[in-house]
Design a protein around this ligand. Structure first.
Ligand SMILES: Nc1ncnc2c1ncn2[C@@H]1O[C@H](COP(=O)(O)OP(=O)(O)OP(=O)(O)O)[C@@H](O)[C@H]1O
Ligand SMILES: [Mg+2]
Length: 259
């Protein structure tokens, strides 16, 4: 299920603008990798290049390689829609589909993939996914009610349920807790801990404590100056990174001296 990702000399462009330059890293399967760094250094761009969401933006492209369990993600033969199914994404703002019920929200990805489903199978997926996202007990008696009727933290867990309903191999999360209160944040962090036994997880966060709590490995991105491309400055074991980073600018960033 879970897959490793190897990034090889990756450059990421928006038209002529080189946003992220020369990234090399290996993201281990069944682990949590955190991306940290100041605003604008390319964390979200990097994340979106890992499931081919980047190229949805007109003019956006990459050079270099991303390998998922040895398969090249940007190969001509690879279908980007299939990639996005295998490599799910959770965004900063919870984005349940406004007109859909909780039940239909969970199944939205499965329906998009045009999988014909019996009611019993659909019920099973909804229950499994909501349980997986730690939301089942709170919503099991109101599955037909609108997803928008949930609290922000519940909506974010609903979006996680929707992402895991299609059984992806990798889960990419872009600041999933930034709009949430500490209790919902803690619930999502617990969930990340549970999910990593089945999934490869990459999380972008501005919260250093969160990166230290949830991740096994951390990548620190930075840019030399405004308008310059973002670069991966250090990629290291999280404990090592926060206790004794190899790079001076990593140290400065995580100790709050800039960024
Ligand atoms: N759709 C876009 N078109 C053109 N440039 C973009 C686009 N999205 C991002 N960029 C540029 O790419 C660079 C990296 O942006 P990105 O959003 O990846 O940064 P980030 O590290 O996620 O920042 P933040 O912490 O604020 O979310 C920035 O210079 C940004 O202006
Ligand atoms: Mg971002």
């Amino acid at each position: 299920m879970a897959k490793s990702i190897t990034v090889d000399d990756l450059d990421i462009y928006y038209g002529d603008f080189l946003a992220v330059q020369g990234v090399n890293m290996t993201i281990k399967a069944r682990s949590v990798t955190a991306f940290i760094g100041p605003s604008g250094c390319g964390k979200s761009t990097m994340l979106r290049s890992l499931n081919r969401m980047h190229e949805v933006i007109p003019g956006a492209r990459v050079e270099g390689k991303v390998m998922v369990d040895g398969q090249s993600l940007y190969d001509n033969a690879v279908d980007p829609v299939a990639v996005r199914r295998q490599i799910g994404m959770v965004f900063q703002r919870p984005n349940p589909f406004p007109t859909m019920s909780i039940y239909e929200n969970v199944l939205a990805g499965n329906r998009l993939n045009a999988k014909k489903m019996k009611k019993a199978e659909a019920d099973e997926i909804v229950e499994r996914s909501l349980k997986g996202a730690n939301l089942w007990n709170e919503v099991k008696d109101r599955l037909g009610k609108p997803g928008m009727g949930l609290s922000g933290g519940q909506q974010q867990r609903l979006c996680i349920a929707r992402a895991i309903a299609v059984e992806p191999q990798v889960l990419l999360m872009d600041e999933p807790c930034s709009a949430l209160d500490p209790i919902s944040t803690s619930a999502i962090e617990d969930l990340i801990h549970e999910l990593k036994s089945d999934y490869t997880i990459v999380i972008v966060t501005h919260n250093m404590q969160q990166a230290a709590r949830v991740s096994d490995e951390t990548g620190f991105f930075n840019l030399k100056a405004a308008g310059q491309p973002g670069q991966l400055v250090e990629f290291n074991n999280t404990q090592k990174m926060f206790a004794n980073p190899d790079n001076e600018s990593t140290e400065a960033y995580i100790s709050g001296r800039f960024g």
